[in-house]
Design a protein around this ligand. Sequence first.
Ligand SMILES: Cc1cc2nc3c(=O)[nH]c(=O)nc-3n(C[C@H](O)[C@H](O)[C@H](O)COP(=O)(O)OP(=O)(O)OC[C@H]3O[C@@H](n4cnc5c(N)ncnc54)[C@H](O)[C@@H]3O)c2cc1C
Ligand code: FES
Length: 266
Amino acid sequence: MREGAIGGTAARATDGVIKEVIVESDAVRTFCFQEPHSPWPGQYMMVWVRGVDEIPMSFSGPDRMTVHAVGEATRALFDLQAGDALGLRGPLGNGFSLVGEKILLVGGGVGVAPLAFLGDEARKAGMEVTSLIGFRTASDVVLKSRLEGLGELILTTDDGSAGVKGFVSAGLAKVDLEEVDQIYLCGPELMMWDVINRCRSRADRIQACINRYFKCAVGVCGSCCLDPEGIRVCAEGPVITAERLLEGEFGRYRRGPSGSIGSCQG
Ligand SMILES: Cc1cc2nc3c(=O)[nH]c(=O)nc-3n(C[C@H](O)[C@H](O)[C@H](O)COP(=O)(O)OP(=O)(O)OC[C@H]3O[C@@H](n4cnc5c(N)ncnc54)[C@H](O)[C@@H]3O)c2cc1C
Ligand code: FES
């Protein structure tokens, strides 16, 4: 077993100067920085988009993040180009642990970003990597060629415009799970919850990179806590084993910026 990164709860803030912006799709871009940050896959950074907000972003490589524009801060990021600088705090949190010889990466949407980074490390460690990735439609597909370079790739789209028609679960039926030592998840919560539910008997062999509303990102404000255990996702996660997610709020609800309970869709 190769251990994932041991997360630091404090990290100094630095200036991240953008070296290159890669357009992955209409709504997704990869921002490469001039300096790498020594993260482990699954760890994240807090990205300060000056004058707008500070938001959590996973590393999609040692020197990069891959961003889906969904709101104010992520859209403001899309105005930046090579030579512009962002405030960065990180690497933060606990990343994935590489376990076994044959692994399955299961990603949805921009959730494929930290998994592509994990796949790179798994290949370096001599592991066999299969990727199962799902998107709404063909024009949303990102990082496909990077994942194809790691091993077998199964692609699904909800509308069938590329790959297998249907949700990621349709692709899961094409994988011999008996052959897989560990499953790694990242993507929309309901997608991850569906996979965890279908693979309940092997929940001890599933690691999920999950998303909650982060404020401090150092484990003190309680904004990101998961009921009922109170797991602080920013500090103890964002990678959590599926066993710990089975009986709590995950897949059922999540709290927004005010702490009020809302849907876990999206
Ligand atoms: C550990 C972690 C890693 C992430 N990695 C990536 C990544 O690699 N690529 C990517 O595109 N996105 C990633 N996200 C999600 C990203 O942080 C949000 O999309 C972003 O904060 C939205 O900010 P906004 O101002 O553009 O949108 P807003 O207008 O603020 O909100 C749009 C949506 O994003 C959610 N959101 C807003 N702020 C936060 C926050 N601080 N924490 C969690 N969710 C928030 C809101 O609930 C809402 O559903 C990650 C989130 C977490 C917690
Ligand atoms: S964001 Fe403050 S404790 Fe996690």
